[in-house]
Design a protein around this ligand. Structure first.
Ligand SMILES: C[S@@+](CC[C@H](N)C(=O)[O-])C[C@H]1O[C@@H](n2cnc3c(N)ncnc32)[C@H](O)[C@@H]1O
Length: 232
């Protein structure tokens, strides 16, 4: 990602979720709370002609997102919605089984931490993301009607230092607490050393019953040297 620009792929994912939430046949796949918080977030991220605050902007955004999906991977947006629900389920199970701390890494404009922050006010929730992406998100959250008192945002670039250095310096992280780390749609943007840094950091600096929930992409060679295809 570019150093000073918010992640365009994070916006792509959140716009994709917005597209599914507004699709007459697919909207049923998005739980109500996920939908309302995503719509709220979209208000502050899509500006100018793509503003979701007026009908013209919504039509243009629908058109743009439809085209992007067609030329990226058809069905990708529904995949985002379903993977988010799957992650919600795993996080919910971990909380029921005693997790006390949730750390969402490379969170983009996702709303998982906002939802759990309100449902579980006694949990500690930390979001870690690149400073250029976290800045507009924190500005957006500040304008929401609701407050997220147990959510702490930590800006961090994984190409500069490792996650454990960041967490161990943070007053909000407690390495003795049972934790859930979530990395959705992040690992494919990092090189092997950076990914190993995250895995080692979690292994060495979290309690032994902690969990790591992540998504990744596999490279398939589908016919020829120059035709690698990424599959979620
Ligand atoms: C495809 S987005 C995924 C966003 C979110 N997890 C989701 O699935 O909706 C990738 C995320 O990784 C973050 N990211 C990419 N490279 C990073 C880096 N070097 N340091 C920190 N975050 C990074 C971006 O800021 C962005 O939020």
């Amino acid at each position: 990602m570019k150093k000073n620009k918010p992640s365009s792929t994070a916006l792509f994912v959140s716009n994709g979720l917005w597209w599914v939430a507004n699709h007459p046949g697919l909207s049923i796949e998005i739980p109500e709370r996920m939908r309302t918080l995503n719509h709220e977030m979209m208000k502050y991220l899509n500006l100018g002609i793509f503003s979701t605050q007026n009908r013209f902007g919504r039509c243009l955004l629908k058109f743009k997102t439809s085209l992007m999906q067609k030329f990226a991977i058809p069905g990708f947006y529904l995949h985002f919605a379903l993977r988010k629900r799957c992650i919600d389920d795993h996080v919910g199970t971990a909380i029921r089984e005693g997790a006390e701390q949730i750390i969402v890494i490379g969170s983009g404009f996702d709303t998982l931490s906002l939802r759990i922050s309100q449902d579980f006010p006694n949990l500690k929730i930390i979001e870690i993301d690149h400073p250029a992406t976290q800045k507009p998100k924190s500005k957006a959250i500040y304008r929401f009607d609701e407050a997220f008192k147990n959510l702490h945002l930590l800006p961090h670039d994984f190409t500069e230092c490792s996650i454990h250095e960041l967490l161990l310096q943070s007053e909000h992280y407690d390495s003795s607490k049972s934790s859930v780390f979530v990395a959705e749609g992040l690992l494919m943007y990092l090189d092997e050393k950076e990914v190993r840094g995250i895995l080692d950091g979690i292994r060495l600096h979290s309690s032994s019953d902690s969990r790591f929930i992540f998504t990744y992409m596999e490279v398939f060679n589908e016919g020829g040297a120059n035709s690698n295809v990424l599959h979620p």
